[in-house]
Design a binder for this molecule. Structure first.
Ligand code: GLC
Ligand code: CA
Length: 543
């Protein structure tokens, strides 16, 4: 595949509300982000994916947009947005905007007009159906619980919302809707952004009357049209959020010959710790072998036909060190192990704010501490169904999106340096131990380990181009794989757990990076070794 700038890039996701508050109103903002450019520069990232900063009533923290051309006043102004884009560019960082176009807010001008009358020119911007005797047209469910159809009194019809009731789905079959979206995307492209992260983009081809939501028949036609009408001739990073993708679908999106997207986010690994066919709240332990199978399928089946994204975290997922690492004694070692495992693979890595300092899940104690619409709906639904409060709490602690949304921990001062005001959401009480200032003072911190991984990607072609081969597929404790490129071989080996485990590889190698200090750049015999708790290393094999 032709090399693109985003193949060598590392993306840093910012959830603006929780990143840095510049004016002490308790909500993170654009000027807060601007003040942290030197920090991001130091980490070495090339791209920021900015979660939505558009005008929004915040039913889903900005994933419900009421005006695509305006910045939400709580985040700042369009002038500040332009300054952020410019200042980042000057530091070699591009900004990828969140594109939320499966739905708008019900407070978007289009919807306000559409719901008034069946004759409104905006009526067909959304999806309306009349059900028998006022009941929903069918039993489609919304991702945040309940029916996907909401009754609207003005016209006695239901509109479709695959997420919250305040997030009506746009009607992509309508040419006028697609034109509006292309215009809006071009507006942002002209402002000099580096690309788009496309929210739940695999839903845009839906056929609600047949119960089809994800991967609908027109999905790829629309994406090809989008590519032609907007970014196709521009050198941008485009990444689609696709919960329902397997590698075959992944190739359809990202094979350059098809002219759709640069890459997608797929979530097969993310569903491994839930009971198959059930909800994310229905927990089961992760099996390392399954994780290896999923990653390996994506690594090998995309080879030459598309491009992977690599991520553990985002604003919708629990913190990885709490989820599959150890957020207690081995927090630092396990965070570095997880980073090694992911960043050693082929694809574009994404880091979610706070991951680089090993931020953990929040120790929630009561239902009143949750703010996310998904959590709140789930609590209500499961209480009504008779689940025990303890069971519900266990699921929320493990999986709620609130975990990832606590304020970024900058220092050990009041409110972790996130704000001098009252934060919109409580700071994790572990901020005195886990914070960026402390990480920056400690040469062995998770922060500097990420910095090294990012640097390697800048200088080592093997990370970009090298083939991937899984070793020890049946091993239940070790994740080991080989990258190979132009006569060079890198062995990446990770002990996924805290028990020491024997590992053996016939050969010798030089340590490129390891989370245990003792390993130096000298030649090591890789035969008959013992991997310490969460030990991870990258070795260049002697050939
Ligand atoms: C995506 C976003 C999530 C949002 C949902 C609806 O999954 O990442 O935060 O709630 O889409 O827009
Ligand atoms: Ca603020």
């Amino acid at each position: 595949m032709e090399e693109k700038w985003w193949m060598r890039s590392v993306v840093y996701q910012i959830y603006p509300r929780s990143f840095c508050d510049s004016n002490q109103d308790g909500v993170g903002d654009l000027n807060g982000i601007r003040s942290k450019i030197p920090y991001l520069k130091k980490l070495g990232i090339d791209v920021i994916w900015l979660s939505p900063v558009y005008e929004s009533p915040n039913a889903d923290n900005g994933y419900d947009i009421s005006n695509y051309y305006a910045i939400s006043p709580e985040f700042g102004t369009m002038e500040e947005m332009k300054s952020l884009i410019r200042e980042c560019r000057e530091s070699g960082i591009r900004i990828v905007m969140d594109l939320v176009v499966n739905h708008t807010s019900d407070e978007h001008a289009w919807f306000l007009e559409a719901k008034k009358s069946e004759d409104s020119p905006y009526r067909d911007y959304y999806i309306w159906r009349k059900g028998e005797a006022g009941s929903p047209p069918n039993d489609l469910r919304a991702c945040f619980g309940g029916s996907a159809w909401e009754y609207s009194e003005e016209t006695g019809a239901h509109y479709l919302h695959l997420f919250g009731v305040k997030q009506p789905d746009l009607n992509w079959e309508n040419d006028a809707v697609r034109k509006e979206i292309w215009n809006m995307m071009n507006y942002w492209i002209d402002l000099g952004i580096g690309g788009f992260r496309m929210d739940v983009i695999d839903l845009i081809g839906k056929v609600p009357d047949q119960g089809i939501t994800g991967n609908g028949p027109m999905l790829h036609t629309y994406l090809q049209e989008m590519n032609r009408e907007t970014f196709g001739t521009k050198d941008l990073l485009t990444v689609g959020e696709c919960w329902g993708a397997d590698p075959e679908k992944g190739r359809m999106y990202s094979d350059p010959a098809r002219r759709e997207l640069s890459m997608i986010f797929q979530f097969e690994q993310s569903m491994l710790d839930e009971q198959p066919g059930k909800e994310k709240w229905d927990l089961r332990p992760l099996q390392l072998r399954e994780l290896k199978q999923v990653f390996t399928r994506w690594q090998t089946e995309m080879e030459g036909h598309g491009w992977n994204s690599l991520f553990w975290n985002n604003h919708d997922l629990p913190r990885i060190v709490s989820r599959w690492g150890d957020d207690g004694v081995y927090r630092v070692a396990s965070a570095k192990m997880l980073a090694t495992l992911l960043h050693g693979m082929k694809g574009t890595p994404y880091i979610y704010q706070g991951e680089e300092i090993g931020m953990t899940n929040m120790p929630f104690h009561s239902f009143t501490e949750f703010q996310d619409i998904e959590s709140l709906n789930m609590i209500q639904e499961r209480l009504e169904k008779g689940y025990l409060p303890e069971e519900i709490m266990k699921s929320l602690r493990a999986k709620s999106r609130d975990n990832a949304r606590t304020p970024m921990q900058w220092n050990s001062g009041l409110q972790a340096g996130f704000t001098e005001g009252q934060p919109w959401c409580p700071v994790n009480p572990n901020y005195r131990e886990i914070n960026a200032a402390r990480a920056l003072r400690d040469q062995d911190s998770i922060f500097y380990y990420y910095q090294k991984l990012i640097n390697l990607r800048k200088t080592e072609d093997i990370l970009i181009y090298g083939s991937y081969e899984l070793l020890l597929p049946e091993d239940e404790n070790i994740y080991a794989y080989m990258r190979a490129w132009q006569g060079k071989k890198w062995l990446i080996v990770c002990n996924f757990y805290k028990e020491p485990v024997p590992f053996s590889y016939e050969g010798t190698g030089r340590t490129i990076l390891s989370n245990y200090k003792e390993n130096s750049r000298t030649i090591q015999n890789l035969n008959n070794r013992n991997l310490r708790p969460y030990e991870a290393a990258i070795y260049e094999l002697e050939m």
